[in-house]
Design a protein around this ligand. Structure first.
Ligand code: ACO
Length: 287
């Protein structure tokens, strides 16, 4: 056995189980922030573990869609003020940089352009730094009574990390600034009205609706789904000319990389066989 093989054998293939739990069900990976006694506040250990979990799930065939949720009655109470801020304030710069990097890695560097579809299932409290992974997930469904807040102003700090940037992507300026400046809370129902989440549903229907959405995503051509979501997110920061050129290249890439040759089958079924209406549903996939 060469040294490379030894290394992969000794490294833990499933890096979850402590601050993050993962369960698989019908190709949905339920990724649970697991510090309920601290309202799932994001500690350095949680960030490091989550970073590894996200990396591992990218290659895990049991996972076609990731759903991020929280243990207990919270999604996440944001950054752990004791563990992340106070404990690292006087830490050596390299250590401080390491834990901040781990947090940025999972919260947006990886999640924003993650190759698999991601859904935030907001089951309760959602504050401050937790807005970044919330926005970085592709889609979000909330308990209509979940409580959200950009509470940083109440702490005497600004919504940093990239929270301001994240909310500016999905909320309009008036709404975002209102909550950035007042620190008031709002419900899941209001979050849906403002476009911070896609939908708000009663708690009793939250999981069922999330599963339904995940199953819809699992039915799609995964190659094209990946390219579509990544392309959408990248072009929002591009000029029109750049976007047009990039999308043309991305479109070619999706076609070339698609083992199902979906575009070809769809055109055949619509133009030649006249066997489906693309406006009303998907082509028959040949897997
Ligand atoms: N950082 C560190 N510890 C936290 C955090 C947090 N963000 N949120 C909750 N906790 C801890 C509490 O200190 C407490 O710990 P203890 O049992 O050791 O005393 C435990 O979690 C439970 O908290 P309570 O306040 O008792 O829970 P309650 O259910 O009454 O209230 C609520 C929940 C509203 C979420 C409250 O904990 C709260 O306001 N938390 C802070 C939320 C916030 O402002 N987050 C943004 C942080 S700033 C940022 O993310 C950049």
């Amino acid at each position: 056995m060469n040294s490379k093989a030894k290394l992969s054998k000794t490294s833990n293939p499933e890096p979850w189980g402590k601050n993050v739990l993962v369960e698989f069900e019908d190709r949905i990976a339920w990724v649970t922030m697991n510090r309920p006694e601290k309202r799932n506040a994001i500690s350095a250990d949680l960030a490091l573990e989550m970073s590894d979990v996200i990396d591992a799930l990218e290659a895990d065939e049991r996972c076609g869609v990731l759903v991020f949720t929280g243990a207990g009655d919270s999604w996440s109470a944001g950054m752990d003020l004791r563990d992340y801020f106070r404990a690292t304030d006087n830490a050596p710069p390299a250590e401080r940089a390491r834990v901040y990097r781990a947090n940025w890695a999972w919260q947006w560097r990886r999640l924003l352009h993650y190759p698999k579809p991601t859904i935030a299932m907001v089951n309760g409290w959602c504050f401050g730094g937790a807005f970044t992974p919330l926005v970085a997930c592709d889609l979000a469904i909330a308990d209509e009574k979940a409580v959200f807040g950009l509470s940083e102003i109440n702490w005497g700090i600004i919504p940093a990390g990239v929270v301001c940037k994240a909310v500016s992507k999905v909320m309009n300026q008036r709404d975002a600034l209102y909550y950035v400046m007042t620190g008031e809370t709002f419900t899941g129902k209001k979050a849906a009205r403002m476009g911070l989440v896609n939908e708000a549903v009663p708690k009793s229907k939250l999981r069922k609706r999330t599963v339904q959405l995940a199953k819809t995503l699992l039915e799609k051509n995964p190659t094209v789904l990946r390219q579509a979501k990544v392309a959408f997110k990248f072009v929002s920061d591009m000029h029109w000319e750049e976007a047009a050129d990039y999308l043309m290249a991305k479109s070619d890439q999706a076609i070339l990389n698609d083992p199902e040759r979906g575009r070809e089958h769809a055109m055949q079924q619509f133009l030649d066989e006249k066997s489906f209406r693309p406006g009303l549903g998907a082509y028959r996939r040949k897997r």
